[in-house]
Design a protein around this ligand. Structure first.
Ligand SMILES: [Zn+2]
Length: 308
């Protein structure tokens, strides 16, 4: 769908007036001399972060740069490219979309114009197509008309079902889709030579994860375990700084398991959805955004578990 058409659906009064904001709060975090994370803000999308409220990553090879997730808008993608240019003159030749969430794919068009080839799981592309209109409306409300300027939805050139392996220069890259997690098409990217895992939205650290209507908390746990079986030395999470498997287990797997057992106990006690806020999630209040997400997460898991 053309962006112009989508804009017609948005009441203009909802669009906040924004200035062209400078730098999007992206932090470069080196893991080795060729593998890097780009850590965005933990908060929601905003006019200053241009939709880049997530963690991205890239690998410099002799055949060009592999980028894991292109950012949440055209201008957000430009900001990511500026960070990459701080460490290499190599062009971005390949982009992987690790999922269907806006910050995993709405920067595709920018990098495609630079000549990059785009890869995603077939399930991620189906999710991107299904939620395109919702994502544009929501994103425009949060980053503003100037923030989303130039953003065109472009889908992957190549898709895979469960696994894709390839070499880029001397670097071996393995991409896996193990089932629905935060979104239906979430994938993780494994660099066996460097023991680095880019987890996409399968792992959140420092901030509370979001279980939405596009998520499945049960298979999210299974996808986490499939990813963790590689025992990566370094994790580039979907949200938060570069981390360890132990930390990811605590903030993501631990929280998902806690939430599911707390909701199961609540249902066993005959609890009603309207009273779901009475579930005590205080042991996870150290995670950022917990006050906006904790109740919603419990509600979503409740509706999921009614059907399990
Ligand atoms: Zn995300």
């Amino acid at each position: 769908m053309k962006l112009a058409k989508i804009f017609k659906l948005i009441p203009l009064l909802l669009l906040p007036f924004v200035h062209h904001a400078a730098a999007a709060g992206l932090e470069l975090q080196p893991i080795s001399d060729k593998v890097y994370a780009i850590v965005g803000e933990l908060s929601n999308r905003s006019p200053s972060n241009l939709g880049n409220n997530a963690t991205f990553g890239f690998v410099v090879t002799s055949a060009g740069v592999l980028l894991v997730d292109p950012g949440g808008s055209y201008r957000g993608a430009e900001e990511i490219h500026q960070v990459i240019k701080q460490v290499t003159e190599q062009p971005v030749v390949m982009v992987i979309n690790t999922g269907g969430q806006d910050h995993r794919w709405l920067g595709n068009d920018y990098f495609k114009r630079q000549g990059a080839r785009i890869i995603a799981s077939a399930a991620a592309v189906a999710d991107q197509q299904a939620r395109l209109q919702d994502q544009f409306i929501r994103l425009t409300g949060l980053v503003g008309e100037a923030g989303i300027e130039g953003t065109e939805p472009i889908y992957a050139d190549e898709t895979f079902d469960q696994r894709l392996d390839f070499m880029l220069g001397e670097t071996r890259i393995e991409v896996y889709h193990s089932g629905q997690a935060h979104t239906p098409g979430d994938s993780y990217v494994w660099l066996p030579q460097d023991q680095v895992m880019f987890t996409g939205d399968i792992v959140y650290v420092e901030r509370m994860l979001g279980v939405g209507s596009q998520s499945n908390s049960k298979s999210w746990i299974e996808a986490f375990e499939a990813m963790a079986a590689f025992e990566p030395r370094h994790l580039v999470p979907g949200h938060g700084k570069v981390t360890t498997l132990a930390h990811a287990r605590k903030d993501t797997l631990g929280y998902l398991q806690f939430l599911r057992s707390a909701v199961a106990a609540f249902m066993d006690d005959g609890g009603d959805m309207s009273d779901i806020g009475s579930i005590d999630q205080s042991s996870y209040h150290y995670l950022q955004n917990h006050d906006t997400l904790a109740g919603r997460n419990a509600q979503q898991v409740f509706s999921e578990m009614e059907w399990e």
